[in-house]
Write a protein of this length. Structure first.
Length: 165
């Protein structure tokens, strides 16, 4: 089984691998310790100490803090309980006019704001764009992903989550 060095995994996370390096990694079997090595790298990169339980989204992690599981941005902003939709605690820009949409798309190439709005979700602290969703106007905020942390650790990794040891 191929082992990739730390620098290669760091460049994988950063999206800096060229196709010839990337293809064997994504098409091959994962190293058994890949998750732990990726988590180690992610934990080293964040400026805070809370244990990362799972990467949730680009820039966002589920972390263990004071017996709770919360969503935290890599800047340190805390979005609260991971079972709640972090997007509802973001700064949101809604693009729902032709002028707003034409900032993104050439004329006549974007969506019709009568039928679709584009919502941009920003971290309230670092103002990083965390996600974009396109929905019919008035549609509820989409909850992207609720991880089953127990099942992931116990059934896939064969051990309890780090906050339940
Ligand atoms: Zn942030």
């Amino acid at each position: 089984m191929t082992k990739y060095d730390k620098r290669t995994l760091e460049r994988l996370i950063e999206g800096k691998l060229v196709w010839d390096e990337l293809k064997p990694i994504i098409s091959g079997r994962k190293d058994a310790d890949r998750f732990d090595r990726i988590m180690e790298i992610l934990q080293e990169r964040v400026p805070w100490k809370e244990k990362i339980l799972l990467p949730l989204h680009e820039h966002l992690y589920v972390v263990s803090k004071g017996g709770q599981r919360i969503v935290k941005c890599d800047c340190g902003h805390e979005f609260g309980d991971y079972r709640e939709n972090w997007k509802t605690k973001c700064r949101v820009r809604v693009r729902d006019t032709i002028e707003d949409i034409e900032e993104l798309y050439p004329k006549y190439m974007g969506s019709d704001p009568e039928w679709e709005e584009i919502r941009e979700y920003y971290c309230p602290d670092c103002l990083t764009l965390l996600d974009v969703e396109c929905t019919p106007p008035g549609y509820p905020t989409v909850f992207n992903f609720l991880p089953d942390i127990e099942t992931f650790y116990e059934k896939w990794l064969g051990r309890p989550p780090p906050d339940k040891k």
